[in-house]
Design a protein around this ligand. Structure first.
Ligand code: CP
Ligand code: NVA
Length: 305
């Protein structure tokens, strides 16, 4: 059997994704109840970070420790990867030493090339293209506050980057309607737009996207790696802030989500992100629970190989 990886939401079936989300809720309850669940002693997660991170690093490292294993943080400037060792060679070497790998990097093809040579599961911890672990946490958060997301309406407002792309993947896998409001020139991936056809509408007006929405989500205007475009982006996205005026078009019980880190006064106003509708703290915490469920799923899947 081929090694299972998690590079996008399409790497698991809808049934498998739902199983992971249900397990995440169980693991959260276990932890809240103070119960120790450590089924993976001696299992080691290798974490390659070519971009900065707070939540992803902490949630994977803490999660692995809670599961009874451990994690190794690998930064490019302190490994041979940063000196040009081929990603394929690194994958083969790591496969012989650790049990599972997480990578955060720039080009998505890098995680694909790594996974193609890895005999242990590889988890995408964010690329320029997508951020599937974050969407697992977003789905868990919506479900725990509002129940199933199937058939619901989600508004995505702002940049059509990695987070927006992953909302397109989620619209397909979890079967919800997605309305994206994006300024010209910042549209999400064309292939994903095509794949989500029938479930996605591309708009220019944030209020039109938010109309009747059950969930409103956004992300920073300037993602990691795009810092040089920051001034231009501040101008181009000025009309795309999620604020009280935009939220007023959504359902009164609509949730607000943001993967964080957030810039109050840019993509979201302080009164929205700090309002009772905002569930960004649960969303951040759920990274821990849902990634533990994902690690468990992948380690058990691959132990049958
Ligand atoms: N949301 C998220 O991935 O946060 P970090 O960049 O802090 O990992
Ligand atoms: N779109 C953001 C997400 C950060 C978690 C970025 O790529 O920087």
């Amino acid at each position: 059997m081929k090694t299972r990886h998690f590079l996008s939401l399409f790497d698991l079936t809808t049934a498998e994704l739902e199983k992971v989300l249900q397990r995440a809720a169980q693991l959260k309850a276990l932890r809240r109840g103070g119960e120790c669940y450590a089924p993976f002693p001696q299992k080691v997660l290798g974490m390659i970070f070519e971009k900065a991170s707070s939540r992803t690093r902490i949630s994977f490292e803490a999660g692995m420790a809670q599961l009874g294993g451990s994690a190794i943080f690998l930064a490019p400037d302190h490994t041979q990867l940063g000196r040009g060792e081929p990603i394929e060679d690194t994958a083969r070497v790591l496969s012989g030493m650790v049990d599972i790998v997480m990578i955060r990097t720039f080009g998505h093809e890098k995680v694909e090339r790594f996974a193609a040579c890895s005999t242990v599961p590889v988890i995408n911890g964010l690329t320029d293209y997508n951020h599937p672990c974050q969407l697992l946490a977003d789905m868990q958060t919506f479900i725990e506050h509002r129940g199933s997301i199937r058939g619901k309406t989600v508004a995505w407002i702002g940049d059509g980057g990695n987070m927006c792309n992953t909302y397109l993947e989620a619209a397909c896998q979890f079967d919800f309607q997605l309305r994206v409001a994006i300024p010209p020139g910042y549209e999400p991936n064309a292939g994903l737009l095509e794949r989500a056809a029938g479930r996605v509408v591309l708009l220019r007006d944030p209020c039109a996207a938010a109309k009747g929405a059950d969930l409103v989500a956004t992300d920073v205007w300037t993602s990691m790696g795009k810092e040089e475009e920051r001034q231009q982006r501040l101008q181009d996205f000025a009309a795309y802030q999620v604020n009280a005026q935009v939220m007023a078009h959504a359902r009164p019980d609509a949730l607000f989500l943001h993967c964080l880190p957030a810039h109050r006064g840019e993509e979201v106003s302080a009164d929205v992100i700090d309002s009772p509708q905002s569930q960004v703290w649960d969303e951040a915490e759920n990274r821990l629970h849902v990634q533990k469920a994902l690690i468990e799923f992948l380690l058990l899947q691959n132990s049958y190989n």
